[in-house]
Design a protein around this ligand. Structure first.
Ligand SMILES: [Zn+2]
Length: 140
């Protein structure tokens, strides 16, 4: 009886660990959320009222933070933003539209008096750098 209960507990702990590791490494938004919580920075998520539906909103200081995927938002000079040669005629206009929409949303935010910053998916490998960017945004 006793050993079985122990095994069960061990199994649960292991799967919880796996889940934690997976989300920590793969979902950019969760990484940023964890960083913000660690800094005790108060935020809201996914405000539909603001241009571009920013991923993170800091209402008291009128700032927003976008977490952009390098491919979908065409991170300039980034390896992850490479458009596949095979389907160029499909991808190129589609991704260009995304980029134009991003620029237009940023202009709209500025007009409304909101500040913004962008964190790119590839930059999340260096959490210290991302933290510096976030701190600059919320403290400046
Ligand atoms: Zn990138």
């Amino acid at each position: 009886m006793k050993p079985r209960a122990g095994n069960k507990r061990a199994r649960i702990t292991r799967s919880e660990n796996m889940r934690r590791i997976r989300s920590k490494n793969t979902v950019p938004e969760l990484v940023v959320r964890r960083l913000l919580r660690g800094q005790r920075i108060r935020f809201m998520q996914h405000s539909k009222k603001l241009p571009g539906k920013p991923d993170f909103v800091f209402p008291e200081i009128q700032k927003v933070l976008f977490v952009h995927g390098c491919f979908w938002h065409q991170h300039r000079g980034c390896n992850e933003s490479h458009i596949p040669n095979s389907n160029r005629s499909y991808w190129q206009p589609k991704l260009l539209r995304n980029k134009l929409r991003d620029s237009s949303n940023k202009r709209k935010l500025t007009k409304k008096g909101w500040g913004y910053a962008v964190v790119w998916e590839c930059q999340l490998k260096n959490e210290d750098r991302v933290l510096t960017r976030i701190e600059r945004l919320v403290r400046e």
